[in-house]
Design a protein around this ligand. Structure first.
Ligand code: PGA
Length: 303
């Protein structure tokens, strides 16, 4: 077989998207150009790689084997590229980091400043909730991940950096807004908007309630901090949120943090990777940057 890396790249994109058109868009090629290359690959393999059922294409057994091999080969080439740059002492190459959705309020800013210093780094930031980040961590898909609640697993290396302060957020004109030392028990009567079950924020809140023998049934379950915030501003209820996510709305006088006994909670943000993982120069440099510079760069201290 005389496969080229370009063919494997095209094949990987077609398989991932399940579509020639979408793969062509991603790679800035025409759809016929992609089809021709895949046809050539099939000729070289001597077997069809995709079969068409209705409007969709599905990988054949040979296609599945080719997909696994292409991920492997392309991953190795990427590693090689990074190793060569590392040997040259240049901070250059891919940086793959997964970030819990709540950290999207500060991670892009950190990355932006980092890229000003190291413009040759090719960043790939993936935002998903805690469950999604954990899955990627277990599959070793990233250089490292950013999360709030690190699983108690001896095989992980976790580096704390910024504080993550979490509180009960309400509209600024809420009847409890001026009240001092509200008990958690009193709050159980309020309408609560909660994040989805897979969220780290939700996990912290539910765990805290459970430890106190309390339970709050969500009035509504919403899939992101952004949706919770909008819901709170719309007067649908109150919510437990990281204060990173409501900084602008608090400054604008739209939202307030209630004075509830035991709150706000002070947690930390962590950069996490599996113990055995050898970080590339790019990943090590970014990790060092986060650990040493995040306070200066973000200029927030939520103490
Ligand atoms: P989340 O995670 O964005 O899934 O709520 C936050 C966290 O891990 O603290």
């Amino acid at each position: 077989m005389h496969l080229t890396l370009q063919q494997l790249r095209l094949f990987e994109a077609v398989s991932r998207h399940g579509s020639y058109t979408r793969a062509a868009e991603e790679l800035h090629l025409t759809q016929p150009a992609v089809s021709i290359q895949i046809k050539r690959l099939e000729t070289q393999t001597g077997l069809p790689l995709f079969e068409q059922i209705g409007k969709k294409i599905f990988p054949t057994a040979a296609g599945k084997a080719m997909y696994a091999a292409s991920l492997d080969i392309l991953g190795r080439v990427e590693d090689l590229k990074n190793t060569v740059e590392e040997l040259k002492g240049v901070v250059k190459g891919t940086l793959q980091v997964s970030v819990v959705t709540t950290a999207k309020y500060f991670m892009p800013h950190l990355l932006g400043m980092f890229l000003q210093k190291y413009p040759d780094v090719e960043p790939k930031l993936k935002f998903t909730n805690r469950a999604g980040v954990m899955e990627r961590l277990m599959n070793n898909e990233d250089d490292f991940v950013i999360m709030g609640q690190v699983p108690e697993d001896g095989d992980l290396e976790a580096y704390p950096f910024l504080n993550n302060i979490l509180g009960i957020v309400a509209p600024a004109d809420h009847p409890l807004a001026k009240k001092k030392k509200i008990t958690l028990k009193a709050l159980t009567k309020e309408r609560f908007l909660k994040r989805e079950r897979e969220s780290g924020t939700r996990y912290v809140f539910d765990k805290m309630l459970e430890d106190k023998g309390l339970h709050i049934e969500p009035y509504m379950e919403l899939g992101s901090s952004e949706a919770l915030k909008q819901g709170v501003m719309a007067g649908l209820g109150i919510a437990f949120l990281s204060l990173h996510s409501v900084q602008l709305e608090r400054e604008a006088g739209k939202l307030t943090v209630l004075d509830v006994e035991g709150f706000p909670l002070k947690r930390r943000w962590y950069a996490v990777h599996s113990k055995g993982r050898k970080l590339s120069l790019v990943a090590r440099t970014f990790l060092d940057y986060i650990l040493t510079e995040s306070h200066h760069v973000l200029n927030v201290e939520y103490e």
